[in-house]
Design a protein around this ligand. Structure first.
Ligand code: NAD
Length: 282
């Protein structure tokens, strides 16, 4: 294997240790950082994600409250829950776990979250702030990718970064963060033509597609940093978007799945919650 493995587990662990110190300082100053998570229904993956977030909060010294609503919950009841959390001064961060049951309007709920408590960074106000280079909450996964690049001293400025995927929660904010870090950025998506020709030019290649084994070795420039955001379940196993074995022979750096980007996502959620609490405490 030629590629250096980017160890998200270790980076996230060290990062969370620093966050725990920040949380402790806040508590000592009289502010208990507090994340509220709203979970609707019984989606098994969502339950695992929420439990992981809860455990990470507890470990870091952040108070965590999970509000569980029935699968059959009405839009009005969900919105009332969010409004209450908006008004609750003890709550610094609010997160509505997605996906919501199909009868609920996700976009409407996300719009309702106070942008200054929107630690997932999904509110249009925060997308706008990111676009304009203003301070705001940035979605956790792309933020985590930037931390991984930093942790491994992978140069970004002046490099060609190619992002595959243009979702509001990964691809677009990822492209914006890379642009702010002075990369030359290309965003590819489902209608992109000659994809491999473009990805082969990437010094940094971020895959956020949601298809197992999508990025093959012939799509990667030798020595490139390949960041695999994908989470796909294949035969009961979690795999990324990158053909790990083959690409590891070509890339310079590569994130494993699991153990790469996913580890950073929760760390960034904690960081955003502490940012919110610190702003309140001032
Ligand atoms: P999404 O479905 O919203 O977006 C997928 C993107 O892939 C789209 O923008 C689409 O244009 C692009 N795409 C689809 N087919 C393509 C093709 N043939 N060629 C080029 N582009 C194509 O998904 P998402 O929410 O952005 O998530 C992407 C992946 O990242 C998923 O596997 C998801 O589970 C994972 N994810 C991981 C984390 C984490 O913490 N590691 C967080 C969020 C999402």
């Amino acid at each position: 294997m030629a590629a250096k493995l980017i160890d998200g587990r270790t980076v996230a662990k060290e990062y969370k240790e620093k966050l725990a110190l920040r949380a402790q300082a806040l508590v000592e100053s009289g502010v208990t950082p507090h994340l509220a998570v709203v979970l609707v229904g019984e989606n098994p993956a969502s339950q695992v994600y929420v439990r992981n977030k809860e455990n990470a909060c507890i470990k870091a010294g952040i108070r965590s409250t999970v509000i569980r609503l029935e699968e059959s919950c009405t839009q009005a009841a969900l919105e009332e829950t969010v409004e209450k959390l908006n008004a609750d001064q003890s709550v610094h961060g609010i997160l509505v776990q997605l996906p919501l049951p199909r009868h609920l309007d996700e976009a409407r709920v996300l719009r309702l979250i106070d942008p200054d408590k929107d630690v997932d960074g999904f509110h249009a106000m925060n997308s706008g702030r990111l676009m304009n280079g203003q301070k705001g909450f940035v979605p956790c996964t792309p933020l985590g990718v930037m931390e991984l690049l930093r942790a491994y001293d992978i140069p970004v400025e002046g490099r060609h970064a190619v992002v595959i995927g243009r979702s509001n929660i990964v691809g677009k904010p990822q492209a914006m963060l890379l642009l702010h870090a002075n990369a030359t950025v290309t965003v590819c998506h489902s209608r992109t033509q000659n994809l491999a020709e473009i990805t082969r030019q990437a010094d940094i290649l971020v895959a956020a597609v949601g298809r197992a084994g999508f990025v093959t070795a012939d799509m990667v420039k030798p020595g490139a940093a390949v960041i695999d955001v994908g989470i796909n379940r294949v035969d009961g196993k979690i795999v990324g978007d990158v053909d790990f074995e083959a690409v590891s022979e070509v890339a310079g750096y590569l994130t494993p799945v699991p153990g790469g980007v996913g580890q950073m996502t929760i760390a960034m959620l904690l960081a955003n919650t502490l940012d919110a609490a610190e702003r309140c405490g001032r």
